[in-house]
Design a protein around this ligand. Structure first.
Ligand code: FES
Ligand code: FES
Length: 161
């Protein structure tokens, strides 16, 4: 039976109608029109559907919408602030760390979580943290370069502030 729940998405409260088995991915894309979160495999294998839930990367295709109620959800649409790209987004652009771009929202959100916990990751630490994020276009070396670039940008803006 459908019930109404409230989600906290990108700092805004949004009401949705959900069945017990409605996924967060479906709620985001089909009800809230937040199509930056991508449907890849639908079974937890690619991380194209990654969002942040209370700051941690989460596969929205495996997460029930009801589980997300009461948690802070960030999607790719909520990453830029005040019309300015986040340094991770800027770094992906500058390193051209994508081809088709389908994996990019999930990559960026996972990279955000990585850099929050580790502001200066090594190549190995990046590879380990990003391991579940699949890029079918094979842009991994540029993605690693983008994460290093974003880390430098974030460290230098932290020094300035
Ligand atoms: S669509 Fe969720 S992991 Fe692939
Ligand atoms: S850029 Fe195409 S899947 Fe990663």
């Amino acid at each position: 039976m459908a019930t109404e729940i409230e989600l906290d998405i990108n700092g805004k409260r949004r009401a949705i109608h959900t069945e017990p088995d409605t996924t967060l991915l479906s709620a985001l894309r089909d009800q809230l029109d937040l199509t930056g979160t991508k449907y890849g495999c639908g079974e937890g294998q690619c991380a194209a559907c990654t969002v942040l839930m209370d700051g941690s990367p989460r596969r929205s295709c495996l997460t029930r919408a009801t589980t997300a109620a009461g948690k802070k959800i960030v999607t790719i649409e909520g990453v830029a602030q005040n019309g300015r790209l986040h340094p991770v987004q800027q770094a992906f652009l500058e390193e051209q760390a994508f081809q088709c771009g389908y994996c990019t929202p999930g990559m960026i959100l996972t990279a955000l979580a990585l850099l929050k916990s580790n502001p200066d990751p090594s190549d190995d630490e990046i590879a380990q943290f990003m391991e579940g994020n699949i890029c079918r276009c094979g842009t991994y070396p540029r993605i690693v370069a983008a994460i290093h670039r974003a880390a430098r940008m974030m460290r230098s803006s932290a020094h300035e502030s």
